[in-house]
Design a protein around this ligand. Structure first.
Ligand code: NAI
Ligand code: MG
Length: 486
């Protein structure tokens, strides 16, 4: 990469490129569907490319499952549920889940590199966040498999049956873990569909599942587009739909399951507020803003995409923020120095650019880092908008990119009102020195998760999920387990 940005030019030095090696990873040219522990051709015989968004090169061809393939996967999951998985003791189930976790850990580096290649996220994140957290989810839920009656005292926990799970492209492996681990621990079998732009780590996970000796049919992975997802949602023999993705598709799914026996959890979009009070530790808060919106290119459902700064410290915060933005590296996701990798797809980059245009047209003032971005691949400079008002489209709609809107406020009541004035309610951040202010705000912000003096922190033990149009149901912790039990 060896790209200089203005801060570095002043000191006349820059980091040498430090790309992670790809020599240890093995990718097939073509991936089939994973049904009943076998790799099977899609009945349509259709395949689609999975692209490296940093180079626009095809990484592999992926099978496109249609209704007949989904039916085959659901039948295999049903059979495994009836004949094997529902009869197995929790201790035995737990052993398999622990084994999957350990095998993922052993191949952590391979997972991290493939995730960065296929998804565009910086290797530092896939290596230090996505993969370890995905392993932790399997470890955590493996521990509950034989303790369900202690997890839910005075109840007789019973699995739901076959779970249909549809996941997005922003945390491909981690979302697969969030979905599969609790479902298996609770005694369900699974049909999972990864997002069309990021199927590879889920298919790698299928290799591990096969190698772990997990009974055939307990986990099935079908790849494809929205029609494949819809076939899962509409299949009559699925007992539960777990979905993470856009609010638009969440609404379609919600309508499709009305009047059926299917249980649902939906984890949808967000427009989360990051709130800086005047007594906050400013330098830490600036790091928190950077982490909140530029982490993973802003492809985070709980991204702190609306910044609210108390008026008397606003100039200082914005000045420091701009200066910090200039030191961010945008570029090759495999380079260990990279802070902001590639936008996941051309479509998503177009969406982000559309919103940047709207922001300018609405009269907000734009500031982008002066860094250069690679000429190939899908990249976006870190972007902030000041002079934003509550009614601006860029302050209302989910952009899902490294674009931050900044508003100021004077009183606590004002910021609570502004922060809550959105159709979403996924997350929020509060930065202040005083515990009493934290408690006051956290009880009044209508968001599923509120971070205090930090942002984007995840742990398998703590539940995650939204209010309002950010969806319902919780993932993680015991809440996440109960979503897979009667
Ligand atoms: P999407 O909601 O279309 O895709 C998510 C998953 O749903 C994918 O696996 C997709 O194949 C599947 N899907 C699509 N249509 C379906 C249908 N009718 N029935 C069942 N499954 C279906 O999200 P997309 O188009 O990739 O992104 C659009 C916007 O959604 C983004 O710009 C962002 O604002 C938001 N988004 C939010 C996410 C979150 O974590 N909350 C994740 C991804 C996107
Ligand atoms: Mg891809």
């Amino acid at each position: 990469m060896a790209k200089k940005n203005p801060t570095q030019m002043q000191t006349d030095w820059t980091y040498a490129p430090a790309p992670e090696s790809t020599s240890h990873i093995r990718l097939e040219k073509k991936y089939q569907l994973f049904i009943n522990n076998e790799w099977v051709e899609p009945s349509s015989k259709k395949y689609f490319p999975s692209i490296n968004p940093a180079t626009e090169e095809t990484l592999a061809e992926i099978a496109w499952a249609n209704e007949a393939d989904v039916d085959r996967a659901v039948k295999s999951a049903r059979k495994a549920y009836k004949e094997v998985w529902s009869k197995m003791s929790g201790i035995e189930r737990g052993k398999y889940i622990f084994r999957i976790a350990r095998m993922m850990q052993e191949r952590a580096r391979e997972f991290a590199v493939i995730e960065s290649l296929d998804c565009g996220k910086p290797i530092r994140e896939s290596r230090d966040v996505d993969v370890p957290l995905a392993c932790n989810h399997f470890f955590y839920y493996a521990g509950w498999a034989d303790k369900l009656e202690y997890a839910f005292p005075h109840k007789i926990p019973e699995a739901l049956g076959v779970a249909g799970q549809i996941i997005p492209w922003n945390f491909p492996l981690l979302m697969a873990a969030w979905k599969i681990a609790p479902a298996l621990a609770a005694g369900n079998t699974v049909v999972l569909k990864p997002a069309e732009t990021t199927s590879l780590t889920a298919l790698k996970l299928a290799e591990i599942i096969k190698d772990s000796g997990l009974p055939a049919g307990v986990v099935n992975i079908v790849t494809g587009f929205g029609d494949t997802g819809a076939a899962i949602v509409n299949h009559h023999d699925v007992d539960k739909i777990a979905f993470t993705g856009s609010t638009h598709v969440g609404k379609i799914i919600q309508r499709a399951v009305v009047g059926t026996h299917k249980k649902t959890t939906l984890e949808l979009g967000g427009k989360s507020a990051n709130i800086i009070l005047d007594d906050a530790p400013i330098d830490q808060a600036v790091e928190g803003i950077i982490n909140g919106i530029f982490f993973n290119q802003g492809h985070v459902c709980c991204a702190g995409s609306r910044l609210f700064v108390q008026e008397n410290v606003a100039d200082l915060v914005i000045k420091k923020l701009k200066s910090r933005m200039e030191s961010l590296y945008v570029g090759d996701p495999l380079d260990k120095n990279t802070d902001i990798g590639a936008i996941n797809s051309k479509e998503q980059l177009d969406t982000i650019n559309k919103y940047i245009k709207i922001g300018k047209a609405e009269g907000a003032e734009i500031y982008q880092s002066e860094c250069s971005i690679p000429s190939r691949g899908y990249f976006c400079k870190p972007t902030i908008f000041t002079g934003v008002s509550q009614s601006h489209v860029i302050a209302q709609e989910e952009i899902f990119g490294p674009v931050l809107t900044i508003q100021t406020f004077r009183t606590i009541d004002e910021v609570i009102q502004k922060a809550n004035n959105t159709p979403y309610g996924l997350a929020a951040g509060v930065w202040t020195d005083k515990g009493s202010r934290i408690f006051n705000l956290t009880t009044k912000l209508r968001a599923g998760v509120v971070w205090a003096n930090t942002y984007n922190k995840f742990d398998p033990v703590s539940p995650f999920g939204g209010y309002k149009e950010s969806g319902f149901g919780r993932e993680g912790g015991l809440h996440g387990l109960s979503a897979y039990l009667k």
